[in-house]
Unconditional design. Structure first.
Length: 83
């Protein structure tokens, strides 16, 4: 939970949704983001022959945030001839 609260949303974690179903959806979105980041960290550790526990979650979040603008232009699967 620390990684979600402190590094993904900031210390002021505030779910913006107004209904229980949407709050639940927003929370699951945060969990999925955390899982995806940890998965990328694990893959990177395996490729570098490092212990995944030695990688920094904060550093991984910073790298992903820095790289995100590059990937926003990729169309969803099936559009624009992308298989």
């Amino acid at each position: 939970m620390d990684e979600l609260k402190t590094h993904l949303r900031g210390a002021r974690i505030l779910l913006r949704s107004k209904t229980p179903d949407l709050v639940r959806q927003e929370f699951y979105g945060l969990l999925l983001a955390h899982f995806a980041i940890r998965g990328l960290m694990h893959e990177a550790a395996l490729k570098a022959d490092e212990d995944p526990d030695r990688l920094s979650f904060v550093h991984a979040v910073r790298v992903i945030r820095r790289k995100m603008p590059r990937f926003q232009s990729i169309p969803p699967r099936g559009e624009g001839g992308v298989p």
